[in-house]
Design a protein around this ligand. Structure first.
Ligand code: COA
Length: 439
C-alpha cells in the first residue's frame, strides 16, 4: 500500500484535468450548501462542450448553478433533490427535473443505487497527519456519495473547518484532488421583524426546559432562538444549525445536558451560517456532524426526549395539510427534513415530542398584494409536504393552532383563529360552505 502522502501527490491535479474524468451520460452528485466545491463546478461548466447529457444532482445550491442555464441544456440535465433560487428556474422552464425524497433516505438511495453516482464532486479539508480529509460543514449524503461513486473528486479547501463525527474520509477513497482555497459562504443574517419575533415567542411557549430542538433556517428559527434566552438545559439534534445556536450555547442556555441520546453533544448533519459558526464548529467537541441517515432518521429522532421540531411552510389548508415545497404546480424547494422530524417527534419514546410549523399568516408580494397562507384548500397542482395526519401545531403571529387529534371542523376553526384578520371573514365563509355551521 502506498504511503498516503505519495498517494495524495499522485492524485493531485488541476480542476481542468480533474473534470475530464466526467464522461457524457454520467450522473454527477455535488456536495451541497456551504460545501459546494465551486472550483470543480466552475471547471465542469467551463468544460461543458465536452459533455452530452451529464446529469447533475444536489440538494441546497448557494452557488451560481450555471449548469442549469439554457445554453447548457444539451450538456447538463439538472435533477434536484431540493430546489434553491438558482436551480428552481430550470425545473419551472422544463429543462430540469426534481426528485421528491425524504432527506434521511438520500444515503440509502445512493447505497441501493436508486440514485446512481458515477462521479462525486465534494469539498473537504486538507488531509490530517493520518491521511484523513474532513467534510467539515456537510456530512449528510456527501460521505455516502464519495464512497459509492465510481470516481470521487475532492476540492481540498484549507478554509473547511474540521468537525468531529462521521466527517472523516481517507484520501484512499478519492480518485483525484484539486487544491483550491475558498472562503465558505458567509450568509447574511436574516432580518427579524415584529411578526417573526411574535411567532418566535409563541413557539418558545411550546418549548419546555430540557427540550431537544430541531430548527430550520431563516428568520423564524432565528427569532425562536432569540425567544429562548430564558430557557434552561436545551439540547440540539437538528438537520442543520445557524449562528443563533452559537449565541444560545455561549449564553449557557444550550448545554445538551438533558439529552437522552448523544448527551452533551449537539448533533447536526450540515451547517449554514456565517464565519462565526464555522469557526465555532472547528475542532469543537461539543458539536458532532453525522450523516443524514442518522440525524434525520425518524427512529433516531424518536429516541430524543422532549423533542421539539420547528419548521416553516408556504401554506396550510383547513384540514391541516402542510404545503412547504410547492406554490401551485411550481416546485419551490423540497421536503428536506421536515417530515423526518415531524414523524420522529411524533414517534418520540417519551410521548412528549412536538412538531411545530411556524409561518407568518400572510405573504406580501412585491406589488403589495397580500396572500393568506392559511387557505380553505390547497392550490391546484400543489403537493402536500406534511400530511394532515402528521400535522401537530401551526403557529402564526396570531397564535397557536393545535391540530393533532382534532376533527376537520375543529382544525379549520383553530386555523382561522390564527389567520390574518383581513382574511378571516373570507375564510369563515369558506368554512360555512364546507361544514354548514357558522363561526
Ligand atoms: N403563496 C404564494 N407565494 C408564497 C406563499 C403562498 N402561500 N408563501 C410564500 N410565498 C412566496 C413568498 O412571497 C416568497 O416569494 P419571493 O421569493 O418572491 O419573495 C417565497 O414564496 C418564499 O417565501 P418565504 O416565506 O420567504 O420562505 P422561506 O425562505 O421562509 O422558506 C419554506 C419557507 C417553507 C419554503 C422553506 O422553509 C422550505 O423549503 N421548507 C421545506 C423544507 C424543510 O422544512 N426542511 C427542514 C428544515 S432544514
Amino acid at each position: 500500500m502506498l504511503n498516503w502522502r505519495e498517494d495524495y501527490k499522485k492524485k493531485l491535479t488541476t480542476a481542468e484535468k480533474a473534470v475530464k474524468l466526467i464522461k457524457s451520460g454520467d450522473k454527477v452528485v455535488l456536495s451541497h450548501a456551504v460545501s459546494e466545491p465551486l472550483a470543480l463546478i466552475d471547471a465542469m461548466v467551463a468544460n461543458a462542450d465536452a459533455y452530452r447529457d451529464v446529469e447533475v444532482s444536489t440538494m441546497v445550491t448557494l452557488g451560481k448553478g450555471e449548469y442549469t442555464k439554457p445554453e447548457y441544456k444539451d450538456c447538463f440535465k439538472f435533477n434536484g433533490w431540493f430546489l434553491s433560487a438558482c436551480t428552481r428556474g430550470c425545473v419551472a422552464e422544463k429543462r430540469g427535473d426534481f426528485t421528491p425524497v425524504f432527506f434521511h433516505e438520500v444515503p440509502h438511495y445512493i447505497r441501493k443505487d436508486i440514485f446512481h453516482v458515477d462521479v462525486c464532486l465534494a469539498m473537504v479539508s486538507p488531509p490530517d497527519e493520518h491521511g484523513y480529509c474532513n467534510l467539515g460543514v456537510s456530512a449528510d449524503y456527501s460521505v455516502q456519495a464519495i464512497r459509492s461513486a465510481k470516481t470521487a473528486i475532492a476540492q481540498i479547501n484549507d478554509q473547511v473547518p474540521v468537525t468531529y463525527g462521521d466527517t472523516f474520509v481517507h484520501i484512499s477513497e478519492f480518485d483525484a484532488f484539486v487544491e483550491h482555497s475558498q472562503p465558505l459562504p458567509d450568509l447574511k443574517l436574516p432580518h427579524i421583524g415584529d411578526v417573526e419575533l411574535t411567532i418566535g415567542k409563541y413557539c418558545a411557549s411550546l418549548v419546555p426546559d430540557g427540550a431537544t430542538l430541531q430548527l430550520g433556517i431563516g428568520a423564524i428559527p432565528d427569532a425562536v432562538l432569540q425567544s429562548l434566552k430564558d430557557k434552561k438545559n436545551l439540547g440540539i439534534h437538528s438537520e442543520m444549525i445557524s449562528d443563533g445556536v452559537v449565541d444560545l450555547y455561549e449564553a449557557g442556555v444550550i448545554d445538551n445536558s438533558q439529552k437522552s441520546i448523544n448527551k452533551g453533544k449537539m448533533i447536526v448533519t450540515f451547517l449554514m451560517g456565517t464565519k462565526r459558526l464555522y469557526d465555532f464548529a472547528h475542532k469543537n467537541p461539543v458539536l458532532e456532524m453525522h450523516t443524514v441517515d442518522y440525524v434525520n432518521s425518524p427512529i433516531v429522532i424518536a429516541q430524543n426526549s422532549n423533542m421539539v421540531c420547528i419548521n416553516s411552510a408556504l401554506s396550510v389548508d383547513f384540514m391541516g395539510q402542510i404545503v412547504s415545497d410547492t406554490i401551485g404546480d411550481m416546485q419551490f424547494s423540497g421536503v428536506g427534513g421536515q417530515v423526518d422530524f415531524m414523524r420522529g417527534a411524533a414517534m418520540s419514546l417519551d410521548q412528549k415530542g412536538k412538531g411545530i410549523i411556524a409561518m407568518p399568516s400572510v405573504t406580501v408580494k412585491k406589488d403589495g398584494t397580500m396572500i393568506s397562507k392559511i387557505t380553505g384548500c390547497i392550490q391546484q397542482g400543489a403537493a402536500v409536504t406534511t400530511s394532515r395526519q402528521d400535522a401537530d401545531y401551526v403557529v402564526t403571529e396570531y397564535g397557536i393552532a393545535e391540530l393533532k387529534g382534532k376533527t376537520l371542523r375543529q382544525r379549520a376553526k383553530n386555523l382561522i383563529a390564527i389567520a390574518h384578520p383581513q382574511f378571516r371573514d373570507e375564510l369563515k365563509a369558506l368554512y360555512t360552505k364546507k361544514f354548514g355551521d357558522t363561526i
